[in-house]
Design a protein around this ligand. Structure first.
Ligand SMILES: NC(=O)C1=CN([C@@H]2O[C@H](COP(=O)(O)OP(=O)(O)OC[C@H]3O[C@@H](n4cnc5c(N)ncnc54)[C@H](OP(=O)(O)O)[C@@H]3O)[C@@H](O)[C@H]2O)C=CC1
Ligand SMILES: CC(=O)[C@@H](O)[C@H](O)COP(=O)(O)O
Ligand SMILES: [Mn+2]
Length: 397
């Protein structure tokens, strides 16, 4: 086996989540190519124990020391020599470990920023699902990718699609490669076509019932508010060196076209496939090769039609707020993201209405001034201030 075909050692951050379990599914199909080095979870100790028994990593990480002690004990009883660590720092350690080749960044939210950056700074192949990390720290994240020679592969289905539709060396300005626009598809979520009035009474269960994708609760709510598309617009700007004006959001309810790139000669290249995250995950793991992902072949006769419409930014203001935050620059996207995470938690806990998510994020963006966001301390400070202001807004009389 040549060096490029040596077994790759993979750390999966957020292993117990939707992306994490899909990643392990793809890895298990190719034992000759991949070996699991480390698996991490926040609190799901039973799920992590089952994954350790199945995938036999060298290391496992949980947030709390008591959960870690519980896992250590169970692994010992099972006769498995797996080291268990606890806490935030341990996440960055297993992401940057010299023995690791590939890191799947699949922790949800801002909690993924430091371990993902640790993987980037260690020059790993980083498979980026955790879009919030890039949204928060855009310039410094992309700068770290260049400076440390990391290989960044987008896993978010739309960005993975665009990556596949662009020429291999696309950085340095889209225009140089004849690309005129990126067409970012959106399903429209479970409330596509609903009025603002009707949205007032929606429940967390309704918001989490995505029409096409099975995902974690936070991103499902983001899809329902269109904040997911807003975060993805910002993500696309950083990944592909695009201005917000160069990214057009196209509602496509079937989620079969995962996104497109338009060229100056009139060509539009699209990537299609069944809505199954194992496709972009397999692409990221194997790039530039292709491997079986266990995904059913696309049957166009069964799909029969593909529809397109413009997003409704009146009923769903979060997309506009994200675009404005990207235009404002600096720490504005970190403020948007921090406020949104607090708002989504409050909505899921029954403390905020669905339209309240956009209202809260809009209010925090309007009140907190954005600063230049060139260093990590400033980004983390903006995130903390946004969260504090959002909690104050929620607790107001
Ligand atoms: N699901 C999807 O199809 C897609 C997801 N993404 C992005 O991928 C990321 C993961 O999404 P998804 O898999 O749906 O999320 P899930 O909620 O399903 O999983 C999140 C994972 O992160 C862990 N986690 C949560 N909070 C923390 C924390 N504070 N510290 C450490 N680990 C933590 C969870 O552990 P535990 O189980 O213990 O809580 C779990 O393993 C998100 O950024 C999302 O936007 C992007 C495109 C598609
Ligand atoms: C699978 C994936 O990439 C999600 O981000 C998905 O795009 C969510 O669907 P929406 O288009 O509804 O936001
Ligand atoms: Mn997506």
């Amino acid at each position: 086996m040549s060096d490029s075909r040596r077994q790759q050692r993979v750390t999966v951050l957020g292993a117990t989540g939707s992306i994490g379990t899909s990643t392990l599914d793809v890895i298990a199909r190719h034992p000759e190519r991949y070996r699991v080095h480390a698996l991490t979870a926040h609190r799901s100790r039973e799920a992590l124990l089952a994954q350790c028994q199945r995938h036999r990593p060298s290391l496992a990480v949980l947030d709390d020391e008591r959960d870690a002690a519980w896992l250590r004990e169970r692994l010992l009883q099972a006769g498995l020599a797996i080291e268990v660590r606890a806490g935030q720092q341990a996440l960055s350690e297993v992401a940057s470990d010299v023995e690791v080749d590939v890191v799947m960044a699949a922790i949800v939210g801002a909690a993924g920023l430091l371990p993902t950056l640790a993987a980037v700074r260690a020059g790993k192949r980083v498979l980026l699902a955790n879009k919030e990390a890039l949204v928060m720290s855009g310039a410094l994240f992309m700068d770290a990718v260049s400076r440390h020679g990391a290989t960044l592969l987008p896993i978010d289905s739309e960005h993975n699609a665009i990556y596949q539709c662009l020429p291999p060396e696309h950085r340095g300005g889209l225009a140089r490669h004849g690309v005129t626009q990126l067409l970012l598809t959106a399903s429209g979520g479970p409330f596509r076509g609903w009025s603002r009035e009707r949205l007032a009474a929606v429940t967390p269960a309704q918001a989490c019932a995505h029409p096409n994708w099975s995902m974690g609760r936070k991103i499902s709510v983001d899809s329902a508010t269109l904040m997911n598309k807003g975060l993805e617009l910002i993500e696309a700007c950083w990944l592909f060196d695009a201005r917000p004006e160069q990214v057009q959001v196209v509602v496509h309810p079937q989620s079969v076209i995962h996104s497109m790139a338009a060229y100056s000669d009139g060509s539009v290249l699209a990537q299609l496939g069944n809505p199954d995250m194992r496709t972009p995950i397999a692409y990221g793991l194997a790039w530039p090769e292709r491997i079986d992902a266990g995904v059913e072949a696309l049957d166009l006769f069964q799909i029969a039609r593909l529809d397109f419409e413009a997003p409704d930014e009146t009923a769903f203001p979060c997309l506009r707020l994200a675009r404005e935050a990207m235009r404002a620059g600096g720490t504005a996207p970190a403020i948007l993201n921090g406020a949104n995470e607090v708002a989504v938690d409050a909505f899921l806990a029954g403390r905020l209405s669905f339209p309240g998510i956009g209202e809260l994020v809009g209010e925090i963006l309007a009140t907190l001034p954005a600063e230049r966001g060139d260093d990590l301390e400033t980004v983390l400070g903006a995130d903390a201030r946004a969260r504090q202001a959002a909690h104050t807004w929620l607790n107001r009389g």
